[in-house]
Design a protein around this ligand. Structure first.
Ligand code: PRT
Ligand code: MG
Length: 222
């Protein structure tokens, strides 16, 4: 038996076609169901549908053997007991800093700046490497509000089109990392269930290459 933890939301929408091409078909429509566990046409494959941050936890603890999560989540929560097997080349975006349009950057080397993010580990490391002093404020959503109402000078968030920043009077500043979703595996499962894990990661890898032959491994320029 192999258990695959999927990230719900926009990643799920792009993961299901890959699983389909790999020959994994859930026994019911994941999108219209409120269930969290799904059996599939493959007796040996079961799917869990979770929040991105929880996918890393389930895989780390070996409850799920494989998982699909954004690189942002892997960077934030770390790869302890986890292997990154494949870049699925889906749900691409960028981790960026952002600030109100035209707002002058406070000299963070002299003065502490406040940064709001749900990615506080990533943010801490990024500013630390630049020698900028930050006070980090952990938020769980609607980050774009924080600089407007004076809760923070800057935010660290994932950006796709940038429309959400623009709509809230913000502009992207520094690129922290390019993000796409990854297939991850529990390290112990990779040894104990090597054949099954290898079989399905190969199938999913084939599906990735078939879906995006030209774009694989490259940036779409956004
Ligand atoms: O539910 P949760 O609070 O965790 O996040 P969410 O609802 O914002 O996103 P969700 O659950 O659908 O997917 C989260 C994962 O998708 C992230 O871990 C990323 O790996 C990936 N991803 C890809 C994105 C985006 N693109 C993205 N654009 N996650 C979030 N966004 C947000 C962005 O922060 C902005 O608020 O979507 C909004 C629209 O983006 P723009 O730049 O196109 O306006
Ligand atoms: Mg969501």
């Amino acid at each position: 038996m192999i258990t695959i933890a999927l990230t719900k939301g926009r990643i799920l929408a792009e993961t299901l076609p890959l699983l389909d091409a790999a020959g994994i078909h859930p026994n019911e429509d994941i999108n219209s169901s409120r269930k969290l566990v799904f059996e599939t046409n493959e007796e040996s494959v079961r799917l869990l549908v979770l929040r991105g941050a929880d996918v890393t936890t389930y895989v780390r603890h070996g409850i799920a053997d494989l998982g699909v999560a954004g690189k942002d989540m892997l960077m934030e929560y770390g790869l302890t007991d986890i292997y990154e097997l494949l870049d699925l080349n889906i749900a691409r975006c960028r981790l960026m800093t952002a600030a109100p349009v035209g707002q002058r950057r406070i000299d963070g080397k002299r003065q502490r700046i406040s940064v709001a993010s749900k990615f506080t580990n990533i943010a801490r490391q990024f500013y630390e490497e630049k020698g900028v002093n930050v006070e980090l404020i952990k938020l769980y959503g609607a980050l774009e509000l924080a600089p407007i109402v004076g809760l923070a000078d800057e935010i660290v968030d994932v950006v796709d089109t940038g429309n959400t920043l623009t709509a809230n009077g913000l502009e992207p500043r520094e690129l922290i990392a390019h993000v796409s979703s990854r297939l991850i595996a529990n390290k112990a499962a990779l040894k104990v269930k090597y054949e099954l894990v290898r079989h399905w990661s190969d199938k999913i890898g084939d599906a990735v290459r078939a879906q995006q032959p030209a774009a694989a491994g490259t940036d779409r320029g956004r």
